[in-house]
Design a protein. Structure first.
Length: 379
């Protein structure tokens, strides 16, 4: 199975190691889910590294911290030239993976990272951003989050322009964390296929972070990819009830500390310690891949683990060396080698190439937009 994954190559849509390191974790800490030797053992050829920062930060602080996280990633790549290389294109991913290194791409997790500035968005592109997740856990001033207040009814006019500029830069529009309305509107507005970097199927686990069947069908019709996450509370059937309890507690704590996001994070970390949530298995993750295949089609499913972004992972997929176990499970369900390679990374490479093609056309036809949120939304 390792030979197949390396040939595909295996590309994971989301890993939060950088945030854990920012919190002071030692890269050699054995309780981390990610390190470079284990990535090699798991057959990883490409990785979107999340440069996540909290979505409740003031705009200027969110931009600064995102740049700091990006700097940390670039430094990690520079310090490990034998293991990592920054990839700027689908061809780069294939070349780097074939050389036995991990093709490293930047996932900007949340539109708050651009500070409602198209110029900031383009600067991040110059640094190597691979995708922009339109929201995280909170609404942005221009898009609704799955777990936000849904104050915009999806995308605003500025939000639509953000999608256009992501297309023009050749990045991927990532709809994980977004509301259903944002999902549907962004798919309609985007001129290139979209991705969900780390989401699963809502029909199997009823949480807002997962993708409903009508959107899975849209993704299939428009050429995108849903990269199934491993997070137990998003794949186990019991995750729906757990998610409701969690967000009820989160709303209570936010009301108790309305102007102190750090106190909210501390309280919710403690809550997680006391309420670890449902467990899951490799089979649960495979069920979601099966469901996306059934609804969207085999050409529209991928892998987005979220390693080091959740307290636990499914039994058998506890850390980054575990990918072969998942693909062995898929093979036991009748996935042939070609289908396994599509899921592992070839579907995503197709989307990246299409985004590159669309970007070349848009750059030739249109100058970069300098529109502001005030001009487009009257904010």
């Amino acid at each position: 199975m390792l030979d197949l994954l390396r040939a595909a190559p295996l590309i994971d849509g989301h890993n939060d190691l950088l945030w854990e390191l920012r919190q002071g974790r030692d890269p050699a800490d054995p309780t981390l889910m990610t390190d470079l030797p284990r990535m090699a053992a798991g057959g990883v050829g490409g990785q979107f590294w999340s440069v996540y920062v909290p979505s409740d930060l003031p705009a200027d602080r969110a931009v600064t911290m995102t740049l700091e996280q990006t700097d940390a990633l670039l430094d990690m790549v520079r310090r490990n030239p034998d293991r990592l290389e920054l990839a700027w294109s689908a061809d780069d991913v294939e070349r780097i993976a074939a050389a036995g290194r991990v093709a490293s791409m930047i996932g900007v997790e949340g539109g708050h990272a651009i500070g409602a500035s198209l110029g900031t968005l383009r600067v991040l592109a110059e640094l190597g951003m691979g995708y922009l997740t339109l929201t995280h856990n909170d609404d942005t001033p221009w898009a609704d989050s799955a777990t936000g207040e849904h104050s915009h009814g999806g995308l605003t006019g500025f939000g639509e322009e953000v999608v256009h500029q992501v297309n023009r830069c050749g990045w991927l529009v990532d709809l994980s964390h977004t509301s259903d309305d944002t999902m549907r509107q962004a798919i309609e507005v985007s001129e290139a296929p979209v991705i969900f970097s780390h989401s699963s199927a809502r029909a199997l686990c009823d949480v807002p972070r997962n993708v409903p069947d009508d959107v899975l069908e849209l993704v299939g019709r428009t050429g995108g990819v849903v990269m199934v996450t491993f997070v137990p509370s998003f794949v186990a059937a019991a995750g729906g009830e757990f998610n409701q309890v969690f967000w009820a507690e989160a709303r209570r704590v936010r009301a108790e500390h309305p102007d102190d996001p750090e106190a909210v994070r501390t309280a919710m970390d403690a809550w997680f310690e006391a309420h670890p949530g449902p467990s899951a298995t490799v089979s649960d993750v495979a069920d979601h891949i099966d469901h996306v295949r059934e609804v969207a089609g085999i050409n529209h499913v991928g892998i987005g683990s979220d390693f080091d972004g959740a307290p636990t992972m499914p039994e058998g997929l506890e850390e980054v060396s575990g990918y072969p176990a998942l693909f062995e499970e898929l093979a036991s369900r009748g996935f042939g080698d070609e289908d396994l390679m599509k899921v592992a990374g070839r579907n995503l490479l197709r989307v990246i190439r299409e985004a590159e093609r669309v970007a070349a056309q848009l750059r030739a036809a249109h100058p970069a937009s300098n529109a502001t949120i005030e001009q487009l939304d009257g904010a």
